[in-house]
Design a protein. Structure first.
Length: 178
């Protein structure tokens, strides 16, 4: 998931930075075990895709694409839609995959279509989040400066995503382990 919500974070790194580190670890592990490795980046639609392949060249290309996706400006979409990724995976008929869906699942955006993918593939949902999203605290006010020199005051509301336990329970029910 490379949607705008993944490009936020109040820690030293954004959620997307953590997701890239996680995906890179999985990619290196796949290469070490001589497994095929592919990727799919999505927000409201599929932005980049590579079918599974083997070899160090494929690993390095995958790592480079991950870095490019995380460092780029992002696309002007408002939300993520995992359906685009799920439909792209479903189109690759005849093959079975181990799929890691890495997202913040900020809107509980796991569609029912995921059950069709789970019937054929081994699917794991990896939840990347910023603790600030789930903190129960009063709103935080902070100064923001625009490039034109104007000063504005912004407000962030911790806990806007609800309770972390609710999100985790939702993800467990959406993708039960078999």
């Amino acid at each position: 998931d490379i949607s705008p919500s993944m490009r936020t974070g109040f820690q030293e790194k954004t959620k997307l930075d953590f997701a890239v580190e996680l995906a890179a670890s999985l990619a290196v592990s796949a290469e070490d075990h001589r497994d095929r490795l592919g990727f799919l980046f999505f927000d409201a639609e599929v932005r980049a895709f590579s079918p599974p392949g083997r070899g160090k060249r494929n690993l390095f290309r995958t790592l480079r694409e991950m870095l490019n996706a995380s460092e780029g400006p992002g696309n002007a979409c408002r939300e993520s839609d995992p359906r685009a990724a799920i439909h792209a995976i479903q189109q690759m008929r005849g093959k079975r995959f181990v799929v890691f869906l890495i997202s913040d699942f900020i809107d509980h955006d796991v569609p029912d279509d995921l059950r069709y993918v789970q019937a054929r593939h081994d699917v794991s949902l990896l939840h990347v989040y910023d603790p600030f999203e789930y903190a129960q605290a009063p709103p935080v006010r902070f100064p923001a400066f625009s490039p034109e020199g104007r000063r504005r005051t912004g407000t962030a509301r911790p806990g806007g995503a609800g309770a972390l336990s609710e999100t985790q329970a939702f993800l467990r029910s959406a993708a039960p382990t078999y």
